[in-house]
Design a protein around this ligand. Structure first.
Ligand SMILES: C[S@@+](CC[C@H](N)C(=O)[O-])C[C@H]1O[C@@H](n2cnc3c(N)ncnc32)[C@H](O)[C@@H]1O
Length: 402
């Protein structure tokens, strides 16, 4: 079954789901409207297929079969990396709805939906490359996460994984995620950052793999993407109003050189992922964005692969990812740990620009607590919206920094 839900100037949306509980990777089969055909028309450049949203520069990696295969393989690396878990956030068993932003092949959504049959899972992506045969509690939407989200739902859990190259403004995206989280909701950002790293100093000074990361960051900067964005996610989440932010840095070795069975297995798979994926991860960045001739790109890809597979080059490419979890501020108002309540008051105090605002903030806080204790009220404004009477916004400093 397919429904065309909505379109506006910046967002094209198509929803497809299937009542079948089985999962088989095949293209969505039921897209029939003209809007949907324009989405599935895709763009083709240098033998690769890309999403067809806007000017085509929202996200620079392909969406063709080779890329789908790479993402499926990468899913396995994530699985090992997170010790066979799909997420690390401490979700309560009562959750009912989940959003996966930039769901790619949809594999994470499908596995989550299978494991939690009572939870509704929505996956959004620029490309309709998800299968049509999915669990009944799983659906997909073509949408640009950088634009205003056109779906009204609130979720108990919002998840992103390897979305970074398609996000122009993480502050705005996280603020929007905050608005779309139900009280007590969690967000988890499993994100890479580049350039790649070598932390034992053993990479050659002219290492192609290390240069690749630097050039990739330079290329995506041209389309407004910060390749290092994940390094500031913890801070960003706190600024937006999230609390209980946990950050964890994980390293993915390229190649089975690292000590430890888990690291070796990850390294083996990630080596294949990066080596197979090198053309897809390079062509648009180096040719399209940095203007290299294709012959130079091809030669560079050969160097990359040779270096990755060289057993002596085991030092290369510690890939890092950072995970942040955050309970939305509203969690505090659900009567959860009292230290959280303290934190929310502290946050309000920080934001207040005068003693009057601090009084106003405290009053708002108490009324919010009372409203939450009277379900089903789930809508609480963000603290930044609390000081309704504030004049000259942005001119004064918060009282505790004066
Ligand atoms: C590297 S893939 C990761 C896919 C999936 N999260 C996974 O881990 O298997 C990134 C995905 O994010 C999608 N994406 C990038 N920017 C996006 C945006 N602004 N809005 C929606 N989807 C986006 C891409 O189309 C792509 O499918």
């Amino acid at each position: 079954m397919s429904h065309l839900l909505h379109s506006n100037l910046s967002t094209s949306i198509c929803l497809h789901n299937s009542p079948s509980p089985s999962f088989a990777l095949s293209p969505p089969h039921s897209i029939t409207t003209s809007l949907s055909s324009s989405i599935t028309a895709f763009r083709h450049e240098n033998g690769r297929r890309y999403h067809n949203h806007g000017d085509g520069l929202t996200y620079p990696l392909p969406n063709d079969t080779d890329e789908i295969n790479r993402l499926e393989l990468q899913h396995k690396v994530w699985e090992i990396s997170l010790n066979k878990r799909l997420y690390l956030a401490p979700l309560p068993p009562t959750i009912t709805s989940v959003l996966d932003i930039g769901c790619g092949t949809g594999i994470w959504c499908i596995e989550f939906a299978d494991a939690h049959p009572d939870v509704q899972v929505l996956g959004i992506d620029l490309s309709p490359i998800q299968p049509s045969n999915v669990p009944p509690n799983c659906r997909f939407l073509v949408d640009d996460a950088n634009a205003a989200w056109a779906f009204p739902e609130k979720f108990d859990f919002i998840h992103t994984r390897a979305l970074n190259f398609g996000v122009k403004d993480w502050d705005a995206l996280l603020a929007q995620a905050f608005e779309h989280l139900a009280p007590g909701g969690w967000i988890e950002l499993d994100e890479f950052h580049v350039p790649l790293e070598c932390d034992d100093g053993s990479a050659a000074a002219d290492s192609a793999v290390l240069q690749w990361g630097v050039m990739g960051a330079e290329a995506v900067a041209k389309i407004g993407t910060d390749a290092r964005a994940a390094l500031r996610h913890g801070e960003r989440l706190r600024e937006v109003g999230f609390v209980e932010v946990h950050e964890q840095k994980m390293k993915w070795p390229i190649g089975p050189w690292a000590a430890g069975e888990k690291e070796k297995k990850m390294g083996q798979l990630f080596l294949k992922d990066m080596s197979d994926g090198a053309p897809g991860l390079s062509v648009k960045l180096l040719n399209g964005l940095l203007g290299w001739e294709m012959s130079r790109v091809d030669a560079f890809i050969e160097r990359l692969r040779a270096e990755m597979w060289n057993p002596k080059g085991h030092i290369l490419g510690a890939e890092a990812s950072i995970r942040c979890q955050a309970a939305s501020l509203s969690k505090e108002f659900g009567g959860q740990p009292s230290f959280c309540r303290e934190k929310s008051l502290q946050l309000l105090k920080k934001m207040a620009e005068s003693a009057e605002e601090w009084q106003e903030g405290k009053a708002w806080w108490w009324s919010a607590v009372q409203r939450v204790f009277s379900p089903p009220n789930r809508n609480i404004s963000r603290p930044r919206d609390v000081f309704t009477n504030r004049k000259n916004r942005g001119h004064k400093k918060p009282i505790n920094s004066r």
